[in-house]
Write a protein that binds this ligand. Structure first.
Ligand SMILES: [Zn+2]
Length: 189
């Protein structure tokens, strides 16, 4: 076992290096959602390319982009529109946490002193990609009774085409896809 592992390691490393070089860090239009249904809690963790959220992946560079970032973050905070957990589960409004890197920094950028100017330096060097992450944690009186989540996610973010969903419930773990025109994500198999 051990010698064969050692023999295969350089090959694996080479494959990893090759794929890391060739593959983009994310695919625009494709998001990822982890859903966990536990005792007393339903948690949704969403990750999507900033491109799918707001249409660019750098800090806002002008008033139009600042407004786009503000509007996109507001939509991401709007948990009531994004997720409606099956009423049978008795969930309260969720705790929401959002990380959106460059476009959050851009909000502060709007408060820069008037003499600040665009010096033309690109800050998104390298591959220039960035993701947004958001977690929505619902406390529920009967989480195990949640049979579905109704979602406005694809409606809120037209640039998002597909979401790879991974579910973990008392029934086990499985994967599914969220695509248009779906607005209901089953939580049972
Ligand atoms: Zn990207």
């Amino acid at each position: 076992m051990k010698p064969s592992l050692m023999r295969s390691t350089p090959v694996l490393l080479a494959l990893c290096a090759a794929s890391a070089f060739a593959a983009p860090p994310h695919e625009h239009g494709v998001g990822r959602l982890d859903v966990a249904v536990e005792h007393g809690r339903v948690t949704l963790l969403l990750e999507m390319p900033l491109d799918s959220l707001v249409g660019f992946e750098h800090a806002p560079r002008n008033a139009v982009e600042r407004e786009a970032a503000r509007a996109a973050l507001a939509k991401l905070h709007d948990a009531a529109r994004l997720w409606r957990v099956d009423a049978a589960a008795g969930c309260a409004a969720p705790t929401v946490e959002i990380g959106a890197g460059p476009i959050e920094a851009g909000e502060h950028g709007s408060h820069e002193p008037a003499h600040a100017h665009d010096d033309g330096h690109a800050h998104d060097d390298g591959d220039g990609h960035a993701d947004a992450e958001a977690s929505f944690s619902f406390e529920c009186s009967a989480a195990e009774r949640a049979a579905f989540v109704d979602t406005g996610l694809l409606e809120s973010f037209p640039r998002l085409r597909t979401v790879n969903v991974q579910l973990a419930t008392r029934q086990g773990q499985w994967k599914t896809l969220l695509t248009r025109p779906m607005t209901r994500l089953p939580l049972v198999r």
